[in-house]
Structure formats: C-alpha cells, structure tokens
Write a protein that binds this ligand. Structure first.
Ligand code: N01
Length: 489
C-alpha cells in the first residue's frame, strides 16, 4: 500500500519533446503529481520545434506517429508536415494540462545521486532534487557540423538544417545543400522550384522508396471525428502491419521482404530517372535500408528539374562565393545548408551525470553509450531513459517505442512505491549480457551489410535494437527484476 511519502515521490523529467510530454501525462495518470519538466528551450516540441526546414514531414504514417491515447482526426495527410506535428504536441500538452509542470528556458547542467536522491542544477544555477529522473532528451539533436576547409569564409547564409534561418530569402537564390539523408532529400523536393539554382552535394547515393502521400478528405476527417474508435483501430492496424513487415525485415538482411523493398527502390530509380548518366550517379552501391531508408514520392522528379544539379564530385573547400569541388568545379551559392545529420552518440550529454559510486556518465560511456534495454544504466539508480542507446530507432514510430518504454519504467517505479527498495538500476552483469547479445544479433541486420550511417557505433556495429519489434514489445511488457540492483539506503 502506498504511503503518503511514496505518493509524493518527486520526479524530474528532462526535455519537453514527444517523450517528455508523454512522461508527464503518464505520471499524472499514475497518481504521481510531484513532477517538474525542465526544457532548455522556450517552447516544447523537441525535434519538431528544432527542425523547421522546408519540406519537413515525418516518414511514419501520422495515425501511427500519434500517442495511442490521443488520436488526432485532423491529420491533413498520411504523412503530415512538421508544423502540424509540432501543433499536435502543443495541443496534447494543453489538453492534458501539463503546461504548468514545464519550466521553459531551464537547462539541466548537472545531476548527482547523493544520499539516495538526485541533486540537480540548472545552467542558471537553480537547484532541485528528485527521487526519479526521466531523461527524455532525444536522440538526434546535436547537429553534426563537418569541418570543411573555408566554411567560415562563406559570404552567404550558412546554417545546419536543424537551425533553419527563416529570415534568409530563398526564392530566386542559389541554394546549396550538403547531404542526401532524409533531410536533404526533403529540402530538395521543397526548394527545387523556388531556387534560381539548386545544388545538391551528394557524398553517397541513397535508396529511395516511392511513397505517395495522399491528403485526408474533409469527409474522412469528419468520420474520424465522429468515430474516434476508428482511429484507435487504424493506429493498431498500422502498428501491427509495421511490426510484421518492415520491422522484421530490417533485422534479417536475407529476408524476402528486404529483397522486395530493394527491388521496389531499384524499380523507382530505373523508372523515374531518364538520363542514364544521372541514374548511375544516383545508384547506391550498398543494400537498401542499410542507411535509413529515404521515403519520398518526388525526390527523383525534383533532382531532374532544369534548375537542379546533383554534384557528386567531392567537396574540396568552401570559398566566399560558393563550393569548390575536387575536380576544380565551382558552384556559386547564396545559401549553403548543412543537411549533414546529427551526432547520434550524445543523448543527454553534455549534462554532467554522477551516479551512486561517484563515477561520471562520461567515464561509464567512455567507449560508447550503452544501457540495459536502452532504459537503465548501472549505478544510476532511479534514472531512466526514453529512446536511450540501442533502442529501436530505424524507421519506427518513436512514439510507440516511448509508450512501451514508459509502461516498463512505471513498473520499476512501482517497486519503489511498494517499498521493495528505495532505488534501483540495471546490474552490470545484465547490461553486459544484453550488450553481448545485442552485438551478436546485430550481425544479421541490414545495418551491418556495409554502408556508413548514423546507426553505427565507432566500431561499425549497429547501435540499435537488432531483434524484432515483437521481441521489443515482449521485453517491455514486464521488467525482469533479477536484472536490477535494488538499493535500500
Ligand atoms: O541526416 P543523415 P539527416 N561531406 O545522417 C552527409 C531522421 N529524419 O538529417 O551518406 C559531405 O541521415 C551524409 O553523407 P554519407 C531520420 O531518422 C527523419 O538527413 O555519410 N556529406 C548524408 O548524406 C534520419 O535518418 C525524417 O556519405 C556529408 C547526410 O550528410 C535522421 O533523422 C526527416 C558530410 C546526413 O544524413 C537523420 O537524417 C529527416 C561531409 N563532411 C530526418 N557529413 C523523416 O521522418 C555528412 N554528410 C522524413
């Protein structure tokens, strides 16, 4: 039975993006009301607040990329644009009344576990304490800004895709984009008709899955509004389909479905690109979905437009007026966008996190980040991550992932509420065994078939969940308490 004190357990959530909002709602629902959510920015939304580049949309169907408990009849498209997704998170936060829990503009700088509690400090020096920390700090939020000679000499506008400068005019300008990941491809489709000249600098060709993006009609939205149960059924159906198809295929590189996906991408390339020279330059030399599969109905159409050029010669340097390639060619530019991705190994860092033995997270993760089931780190008691290292991050709905993880975390919290311990964290042994099995299983996955991608760690091993989504669901259904160290003081 819960005591008054147990009911009053204090939670700090770090980050008011998708996972932080989820945590605040779910804690409230569980009767845990002593919650503060720290957000470094002035607005919630995480990825969707930070990424506002032209053409941004999510490549997971909107009715799956929604909280299961907050279906949204208003999605405009099967794959809705970023601005709608941002609005959705703002609406959900307000609908569930968690706004007053959020401290905006306060960045947590340090967390130390002392005397069975977490002591926190913000960048501005505010101090706080908590029994539990939920790190909902996201995966892809530290821009990767490659060092390219002369970059600082560029005279035009220069920014990373996740720091889009909306004051910079684009229409009729000469725009260059470095990078052909999901971001670079979406920007290309969005700006191909607006630029005077658009140069896409491609280091590695991408496989592109042609996926139409139909709009929902007013009649369909009305139907969804009047029959919300249909949305729940739709959410479950897409989730099931996803788990049974793509999710299974990527963890088995030899699967028939993986070959089928590659055949569809190949057909897209052959049928959509008419110029044989351009087609060859766009042809990847590795397996489809080895990098994150790019989903686009119109990238090939955009790249063939007269004002668009695909630059495949390597970049030698940036000069004040544009980009010089290794063949000596010069590409004059007014705007240069780095669609060069993110540092995927950072997670909550640069926060300083000190566990019960006095060891810093930076030391624990000196080689690379790891966590038991992507949630708990040995000797960081009552510190749980959502979308932490080695989780399912490949073309999945991270919302569904976070919901499953949070249910699991609540069961760990229940151990403390029930007085079974004061705090708990995954044991060293369980974490090592998990890591060993994960690395072994990763060999069979599509990410291991020989390409460079942000999924790979410094050894070239996929730092992702290497098993089926059903296995993930199963692992999240109930914690194996034997994998945890219980602490009593
Ligand atoms: O980043 P990326 P992203 N010189 O890392 C190139 C999610 N997302 O922002 O392939 C030249 O995929 C690099 O080249 P190479 C999704 O999970 C989702 O596009 O390494 N080029 C690559 O082409 C996605 O996977 C959506 O040879 C350099 C590109 O930059 C993740 O975010 C939309 C370079 C980076 O691609 C990241 O996507 C957007 C250099 N020095 C993002 N350094 C949707 O849901 C890097 N590159 C639709």
């Amino acid at each position: 039975m819960e005591t008054e004190k147990e009911d009053n357990l204090r939670f700090v959530i770090i980050g008011a993006g998708m996972a932080g909002i989820l945590s605040a709602i779910k804690l409230e629902e569980a009767g845990l009301h002593n919650v503060t959510l720290y957000e470094k920015a002035e607005r919630l939304g995480g990825t969707w607040r930070e990424n506002t580049y032209p053409g941004i949309a999510c490549d997971v169907p909107s009715h799956l990329y929604s909280y299961s408990f907050a279906p949204n009849p208003e999605w405009s498209h099967q794959y809705s644009p970023g601005v709608e997704i941002q609005r959705y998170f703002e609406d959900v936060a307000s609908q569930f009344g968690i706004g007053d829990r959020i401290r905006f503009g306060e960045e947590i700088e340090r967390c130390e576990f002392v005397d069975s509690r977490w002591k926190l400090r913000t960048r501005a020096g505010r101090r706080d304490e908590a029994d539990f920390i939920i790190a909902a700090t996201g995966v892809l939020h530290h821009p990767n800004n490659p060092e390219i000679e002369g970059l600082e000499d560029f005279d035009g506008a220069l920014f990373h895709s996740a720091r889009w400068d909306h004051d910079v005019p684009l229409d009729g300008k000469k725009i260059g984009v470095i990078g052909t990941g999901s971001t670079g491809v979406q920007i290309t489709s969005a700006l191909a008709d607006r630029a005077q000249k658009f140069s896409l600098f491609q280091r590695t060709a991408q496989w592109v899955m042609p996926q139409e993006n139909p709009a929902y009609s007013e009649a369909e939205k009305k139907e969804f509004r009047e029959h919300p149960e249909q949305l729940r059924i739709l959410h479950q159906a897409i989730s099931k389909l996803f788990a049974a198809s793509f999710a299974n295929a990527i963890v088995d590189a030899d699967s028939d479905l993986m070959k089928e996906i590659e055949a569809q991408c190949l057909l897209n390339l052959e049928q959509s690109v008419s110029d044989p020279g351009l087609r060859e330059r766009l042809r990847p030399n590795y397996r489809a979905a080895c990098k994150r599969l790019v989903i686009s109905p119109d990238f090939y159409e955009a790249i063939q437009k007269p004002r668009v050029e695909l630059v495949t010669d390597g970049i030698r340097s940036v000069e004040p007026g544009g980009v010089r390639t290794v063949d000596g060619g010069f590409h004059e530019l007014d705007v240069l966008v780095m669609a060069t991705g993110f540092r995927a190994d950072r997670f909550m860092r640069p926060m300083e996190i000190i566990g019960r033995t006095g060891k810093r997270l930076d030391e624990v993760w000196a080689d690379r980040p790891s966590a038991y089931l992507s949630i708990s780190i040995p000797d960081l008691p009552n510190f749980f991550m959502l979308n932490g290292p080695n989780g399912p991050v490949g073309n999945f709905s991270l919302i569904e992932v976070a919901e499953l993880q949070f249910k699991y975390i609540l069961q760990l919290v229940d151990q403390v509420r029930a007085g079974e311990c004061r705090s708990l964290s995954a044991s060293d042994v369980a974490t090592q065994v998990f890591d060993r099995e994960r690395v072994e299983a990763a060999k069979k996955t599509i990410w291991s078939t020989g390409c460079r991608s942000w999924y790979l760690d410094d050894r070239g091993i996929p730092a992702t969940w290497p098993w089926t989504f059903d296995r993930f669901r199963e692992a999240m259904s109930e914690p194996d308490l034997a994998a945890y160290d219980f602490f009593f003081t």
